[in-house]
Design a protein around this ligand. Sequence first.
Ligand code: ATP
Length: 514
Amino acid sequence: MSSSEDVLKSLVSHSKEYGFVFPSSEIYDGLSATYDYGPYGVDLKNNIKAYWWKAMVQIHSNLVGLDSAIFMHPTTWKASGHVDAFNDPLIDNKDSKKRYRADVLIEEHIEKLRLKIEKEIEKAAQRFGESFDRDMYLKTNPRVLGYAEEMKQVRTRMKSALEEGNLEALRNLIVDLGVVCPLSGSKNWTEVRQFNLMFATELGSVSGEASTIYLRPETAQGSYVNFLNVQKSARMKIPFGIAQIGKAFRNEIIARQFIFRMREFEQMEMQFFVRPGTEMEWFEYWKAFRIKWHAILGLGDSNYRFHDHIKLAHYANAATDIEFNFPMGFKELEGIHSRTDFDLKAHESFSGRKLQYFDPELQESYIPYVVETAIGLDRMFLAVLSASYKEEQLEDGSLRTVLAIPRCLAPVKLGILPLVKKDGLPELAMSIFNALRLDFTCQYDEKDAIGKRYRRQDAIGTPYCITIDHQSLDDGMVTLRDRDSMNQERIAINDLKLLLHERLDMSSLLQQLI
Ligand code: ATP
């Protein structure tokens, strides 16, 4: 088994054991690609949402929130293009009977070529030592140039096949590249077919096409159809944005890799309405802002990279993904798209209602252009979890599993632990617990030896433990133990609240975004 599979497996079992994520309806053997968030998972999720909402809506005076319904008038999805074009090109392996997304198989082949280049660079760097010139090597080494050329050719062929909707060309590319099924190892592929990803259901008791409605596959359309409601009611002037957090549903065919690809998931999306012609400036602004939002969490700068889209969606004139280094490699975490006036224009023409903005400076009306930032909450959760999960060998030879979750996102902020269950220590610990739980999510724990209790808090990512010992009764001081360094410091009980606010509050992160 590859080590990346090992890491993912460890995350899945840790998430279950410690109440972060459970397989949905597990007593019935689960439902594929659907998960439930447990007691700590729901708090981590809420904290990620709060970080996003504060960074977007609270600190931008030109962003406002919306919570639109999951069900929308069916014409919405005609106008948006989802009924006709929200398809994945699928291919089956005849031997394993496994189904794959054709474009993903090709992207994976490209990634393999990129890794080959990396390997060549690594080898050369070792060989040449300090005199190694990476840029020169990339430009001149024949093997590296060969791989780079192959990557370019594969990209070009894939782009034109996808743009033309040429499914046969897509299949030919897979065959020509000699792509094998990871499961059966065979190259015995079916044709490529299109598959619509929207879940359909029926409204009320009438059946038939007229009553077919869809579970929304994205939150964005709710923001578009409410564009004028929001603009007028909140007295917004362009440029301004609408932010939403909510569930989305996609009948994903290939739903593996834990909470990375689910059929029911949550999105945090923001639609920013701008004057036509200024969209590229705003696209750059949001690209920079969003990568900073990620970077200051401290999950590691090298875990992120931008990936510009090979094929632009029908609505976009620029698009990039922020990819994260998940246990299965670099994959899309967030998309930033310049969507032009495609959506508002389409809704105007399908609804017959004007969706225009009168610009007082220009003294004219126009359909605004839109720049969107769209991040999957569950993928962000997985990014946080996978970058935080650590197994460490301690000096005494024992092993500790720790979740080094960014402090302000941690589900439980403080473990409050009396050293022993007697001599008045529990009472003092309880009074500290009661004083702090109004401000922080706290957990009181008096069961088992102190070392074991520290391990339990480490495993759920609690940034600090407060230990109350006999001396605390005399001097009014407690031990504050840091999760990551395991350092311990003595702090006066009276100083705890202020100090903990400084170290745990989200505001120190938000400050860096202003
Ligand atoms: P992918 O190419 O991985 O299918 P996408 O490009 O279709 O994703 P978008 O339509 O841009 O995704 O959706 C915005 C965000 O929603 C994505 O960046 C991702 O984080 C999240 N997302 C999309 N599909 C899923 C899913 N099935 N499960 C979990 N998160 C998802």
